[in-house]
Ligand binder design. Structure first.
Ligand code: GH3
Ligand code: MG
Ligand code: MG
Length: 352
C-alpha cells in the first residue's frame, strides 16, 4: 500500500493537471480590439482560444472542445447566428454554452439569439467584471449538467456505462450498421459462481470484485468506438462496432484472460481458485435479415453455452451463418487452439 497516496489525493500536483482544470473559452470576434479585451479579462485563469471568423470558430469547437463560447454576432462571411445554429445542430457541440457578445442589444436580436440556443447576452463594450461573473455562472451550470448527464448514464457501483446507455447506443449502432451494411459484435459476460463468492466473502467484497472486473474490462477495450456497460447484476456487455466474429472472439478471450490474471481469490469456485468469467459472443452484418434483439439473444445463448461447457470460456456465433445453417447453431467446436490459462482448464474459445 502506498502511504503517499492519501496525502496527494485530490490535489493538483503538476502543471498538466493545472491546465486541465482551467476552463477552456473560445472567443470569436473579427475585431482585434474586442478579442484583446476578452483575452485580458480571462487569460489569467482560463485557457483562451481565439477565432476571427465563423468558419474558424466551428473548426476550433471541433478540435479544442471549449467549455464555453463568447460569440460575436456581426462578422464578415458566416455570422454569429449561423455559427450558433450549426453548433446546436451538431450532437457533438449542441450542449456547448454560447454567449453572444454584441453591440446590437435590441430586443429582436436578443430574442433571435436566445431562440437559437444561446444561454446569455453581453453588450459591447464589455464590462470585464460582468463578463467574468456571467461566464462563471454558465461554466458552473455546464459542469453541473455534465455531471448529472454522466450520472444518468453511468452505473453507480462500477463506473462503467449502465444498461440504459447501452440500450441507446445499441439501437444507434444497429441503425448505423443497417445503413452501412457493416458488422457489429456483442459480448455478454457473466462472473462465474458469483453467488458463492458473495456467500463466502460477503456482499461488500462482492461489490469490490465487480468494480475490479469492470475496470479490467474497460482497460481491455482498445478501440474508441467500443463500449462496455453493466448489463445487470454480475453481467456485463460489450458493443464492438465494425468487428467480425473472429476479432470479437479474440477480444473476448483476452478479456477472459485479463480477468483471471487479476487473481481475485475465489475459494468456492469449482472452476479455478480465482474469479473467472464466461463470455458469449454474437456477430451480425446489417443486411436487414437480423434484428438487434436477435443479436443480443444469440450472445445470451452463447453465454449459456460457455457456462454449460464448464465456465471460464468463450462461445461465439455468426448469426447470419447460423441462420443459413441452423443445424450448426448448437454444434460446438474449437475455433482455434485452446489457450493456456493462468488458472487451468476448462477454458477456451468455441464457435457455433
Ligand atoms: P454462474 O456461474 O452460473 O453465473 O453462477 P452465479 O452464482 O454467478 O449466478 P447466479 O445468477 O446464481 O448468482 C448471481 C449473484 O450475483 C447473485 C447476486 O446476489 C449477485 N449480485 C448481483 N448483483 C450484485 C451486486 O451489485 N453486488 C454484489 N455483491 N452481488 C451481486
Ligand atoms: Mg448472472
Ligand atoms: Mg454468474
Amino acid at each position: 500500500m502506498n502511504t503517499q497516496l492519501p496525502v496527494d489525493a485530490g490535489l493538483i500536483t503538476n502543471i498538466s493537471d493545472v491546465a486541465q482544470h482551467r476552463p477552456r473559452l473560445l472567443v470569436v470576434d473579427d475585431q482585434p480590439i474586442n478579442v484583446q479585451a476578452l483575452y485580458q479579462a480571462f487569460s489569467a485563469d482560463h485557457q483562451v482560444f481565439v477565432a476571427t471568423s465563423g468558419e474558424q470558430a466551428l473548426a476550433l469547437c471541433a478540435s479544442r472542445r471549449p467549455d464555453l463560447v463568447l460569440l460575436d454576432v456581426v462578422m464578415p462571411g458566416m455570422d454569429g447566428h449561423e455559427v450558433c445554429r450549426r453548433l446546436k445542430a451538431d450532437a457533438a457541440t449542441a450542449d456547448l454554452p454560447v454567449i453572444f457578445v454584441t453591440a446590437h442589444n435590441d430586443e429582436a436580436s436578443e430574442t433571435l439569439g436566445l431562440d437559437l440556443g444561446a444561454v446569455d447576452f453581453i453588450s459591447k463594450p464589455i464590462n470585464p467584471k460582468i463578463v467574468r461573473a456571467r461566464v462563471r455562472t454558465h461554466l458552473t451550470l455546464k459542469a453541473q449538467s455534465d455531471l448529472l448527464r454522466g450520472m444518468a448514464y453511468k452505473d453507480g457501483l462500477t463506473g462503467v456505462y449502465n444498461r440504459r446507455h447501452f440500450d441507446e447506443r445499441f439501437a444507434a449502432e444497429w441503425a448505423r450498421v443497417a445503413r452501412n451494411g457493416t458488422m457489429l459484435s456483442v459480448i455478454l459476460l457473466d462472473v462465474d459462481f458469483f453467488k458463492r463468492y458473495n456467500d463466502h466473502y460477503g456482499h461488500q467484497a462482492g461489490d469490490e470484485c465487480l468494480r475490479c472486473v469492470a475496470a479490467t474490462l474497460k482497460a481491455g477495450l482498445k478501440r474508441p468506438g467500443d463500449l462496455i456497460a453493466r448489463y445487470g447484476g454480475e453481467e456485463f456487455v460489450c458493443l464492438l462496432p465494425e468487428t467480425p466474429l473472429n476479432g470479437a472472439l479474440h477480444l473476448a478471450d483476452a478479456l477472459r484472460t485479463q480477468v483471471a490474471a487479476q487473481q481475485i481469490a475465489h475459494a468456492e469456485s469449482s472452476v479455478a481458485p480465482v474469479v473467472t468469467v464466461s463470455l458469449g459472443v454474437s456477430c451480425a452484418r446489417g443486411d436487414g435479415a437480423v434484428s438487434a434483439g436477435v443479436l443480443l439473444l444469440a450472445a445470451d445463448a452463447q453465454l449459456y453455452q460457455a457456462k454449460s461447457n464448464g465456465r471460464n470460456g468463450v462461445c461465439g456465433i455468426d448469426v447470419q451463418v447460423a441462420e443459413v445453417c441452423p443445424t450448426g447453431a448448437n454444434m460446438v467446436k474449437p475455433a482455434y487452439a485452446v489457450p493456456s490459462s493462468a488458472v487451468g482448464p476448462p477454458s477456451g474459445v468455441y464457435v457455433s
